[in-house]
Design a protein around this ligand. Structure first.
Ligand SMILES: NC(=O)c1ccc[n+]([C@@H]2O[C@H](COP(=O)([O-])OP(=O)(O)OC[C@H]3O[C@@H](n4cnc5c(N)ncnc54)[C@H](OP(=O)(O)O)[C@@H]3O)[C@@H](O)[C@H]2O)c1
Length: 335
């Protein structure tokens, strides 16, 4: 048996800690003893019913660091006892340009890491980077691969360019900030409080502005000299200000829309200034492997907002709801 956070169909009580059967691996799968997990905004959306094709009585959690404690095939025996993270995406498909129709994400679609044990395809396993402790390693996978693809595979970031990271306190945003700074870019941020601007500067940002301020794009242009590449997960009306911050020929990569659709866009600016707007989602297995290599090479450490035991995980969902976090909300899974 094991403790797990179960996603229920009861709107008044959508997440419930229960004792359930521990899973048994099938051929091609391994079982992990989960050491640590981390929250992503998709966990919060799913818990509120705001996601397609929700599978109830499932277990959320796309991020994990664990120890392989059971395998189904001799071919996977070499993984036994190893400390691993998993690529949360599965069935990416044949093209590097986009994911195929069978693509899915571990955590709900397949049972995830908010439990003492979970299953994973052996092809999704990666040795946890040695410079990261269990909590830090668990904070990396989903946000790390999303940041890596948006910034490099899609955004084609070059050394010396100016980069805007919007909503710098977000789980994905803090990786975009750190990856861009490690790659030699000048990084600027928008965020919600002065304190978070200071945190962002401690993570490598050259400066930042408050997204609630009127006309923040003018302040940002003054500070940065204009932005070559903006990476945004917020959407909403901030998009127009981001476009105003871009240099001619600049790029905007969008990986989320926490604030929904913008009410208006200055389309004239987009064509006259030869701007490029791109979408990005998660990452291919190639992106994931490159992200792990990049993190190891630059010894990048995820920013951890806070760590809680599984028994207090609902507090982490609440902290995400109020946008109080700076960095990842991590969960320590007790033995
Ligand atoms: N396409 C994909 O593959 C993919 C993958 C992961 C996430 N996402 C999406 O990306 C978004 C962020 O995900 P996450 O896990 O990083 O979420 P998160 O950790 O909850 O971060 C959300 C952040 O949004 C920022 N924000 C709030 N109001 C804002 C505003 N007016 N302007 C700019 N930023 C604002 C806040 O930044 P401050 O803390 O700085 O105030 C907050 O920390 C979500 O919509 C998520 O669904 C997409």
């Amino acid at each position: 048996m094991m403790k797990a956070l179960i996603l229920t169909n009861d709107r008044s009580n959508p997440l419930e800690l229960r004792e359930v059967e521990a899973p048994v691996p099938a051929p091609g799968q391994v079982r992990l003893r989960v050491k640590a997990a981390a929250l992503n905004r998709r966990d919060y959306y799913i818990s509120r019913g705001q996601y397609a094709a929700i599978r109830y009585d499932s277990i959320q959690g796309s991020d994990v660091c664990g120890i392989v404690d059971a395998v189904a095939s001799d071919a996977d025996a070499a993984w036994l006892g190893r400390r691993v993270v998993i690529d949360p995406g599965f069935n990416w498909g044949a093209s590097e340009k986009y994911q195929g129709g069978d693509y899915g994400i571990t955590g709900m679609q397949r049972d995830g890491s908010f439990a003492q044990y979970m299953l994973a395809d052996s092809t999704s396993l990666y040795a946890a980077p040695e410079h990261l402790d269990d909590i830090e390693a668990a904070a990396l996978p989903l946000a790390g691969v999303t940041a890596y693809r948006a910034l490099f595979s899609r955004g084609q970031l070059k050394e010396g360019e100016s980069v805007l990271v919007s909503g710098a306190g977000g789980g994905v945003a803090q990786f975009i900030l750190q990856f861009a700074a490690a790659h030699g870019a000048r990084v600027y941020v928008t965020t919600g409080t002065e304190e978070k601007i200071e945190y962002a500067m401690a993570s490598g940002a050259a400066g930042g502005v408050l997204y609630h301020a009127d006309n923040w794009s003018a302040e940002l242009r003054g500070m940065s000299g204009g932005i070559d590449l903006a990476v945004d997960g917020a959407g909403g009306n901030g998009i127009d200000s981001i476009l105003r911050s871009l240099n001619p020929g600049g790029r905007l990569v969008m990986y989320g829309s926490t604030l929904g659709r913008p009410e208006g866009l200055d389309t004239h600016r987009i064509f006259w200034r030869q701007l490029n707007i791109m979408g990005s989602t998660m990452g291919s297995p190639r992106d994931f492997a490159a992200m792990i290599e990049f993190v190891q090479h630059h010894k990048i450490k995820p920013v951890i907002d806070s760590v809680r035991p599984l028994t207090s995980i609902l507090e982490a969902y609440e902290r995400m709801r109020t946008n109080a976090q700076f960095g990842k909300l991590a969960i320590r899974i007790e033995d």
